[in-house]
Write a protein that binds this ligand. Structure first.
Ligand code: FES
Ligand code: FES
Length: 211
């Protein structure tokens, strides 16, 4: 005759058997979950220039460009806002194009020329975009500002190069630097302080100077 302990054992055995069965038959990725994780990082040498200076660093291949520049080269201008490609605070200019440096691995940038906010200008010798942000109060706390300025510089270059945005009406002509164009192209750079209208003013002024 069965006692309560035997019943408990049977229930446990039944559950374990059912789970194993379900994993084996209903979960095609079960073999992924079972793969042992390697604890050893894979290292690689990466060479690129940052703000005109050549660097060669040994990196864990999983290191993002943002972490390589901030943690290994100690250039902390670019910020880690979200680490998910959603805020633009980490924007850098790579071979002339702005990118979210948190979304790209450093090892993918072998030989690239990278510009961060530190490479655009310095106190006493500001880039025109930096000077315009100061003049127009294009920031409050300043956390998003390095990304905004790198993006702003690249946006004006994109317009000059004839690259259309989602709202450019005539795809065969160079877009005018309107407030709408600026807002559309800068929409990946979020500012929690809401300095947007002043950023538009700053960029408009720089675009006027460059025209
Ligand atoms: S930190 Fe890269 S987009 Fe937010
Ligand atoms: S100035 Fe504070 S988040 Fe933009």
């Amino acid at each position: 005759m069965y006692g309560p302990d035997d019943l408990e054992l049977n229930r446990r055995d039944l559950m374990a058997g059912a789970s194993a069965c379900a994993v084996a038959t209903a979960c095609p990725s079960a073999s992924w979950a079972a793969a042992p994780a390697s604890s050893e990082p894979v290292m690689s040498k990466v060479s690129f220039t940052v703000n005109g200076t050549a660097h060669e660093i040994d990196l864990d291949t999983r290191t993002t460009l943002l972490d390589a520049v901030r943690e290994h080269l100690h250039l902390t201008g670019a910020k880690k806002g979200c680490d998910h490609g959603q805020c633009g605070a980490c924007t850098m200019i790579v071979d002339g194009r702005r990118i979210n440096s948190c979304l790209t691995l450093a090892v993918m940038h072998q030989g690239d020329a990278i510009t961060t906010i530190e490479g655009l200008g310095k106190p006493g010798d500001l880039h025109p975009m930096q000077a315009a942000f100061v003049k127009h109060d294009g920031y409050q706390c300043g956390f998003c500002t390095p990304g905004q300025i790198c993006s702003g510089v690249a946006v004006l270059d994109e317009i000059k190069a004839g690259i259309p945005s989602h709202i450019t009406a005539d795809l065969t002509a160079t877009a005018a630097v309107t407030a709408d164009e600026i807002r559309e192209r800068m929409s990946g750079n979020i500012c929690r302080c809401g300095a947007y209208s002043n950023i538009v003013d700053a960029m408009t002024e720089v675009a006027g100077r460059q025209a």
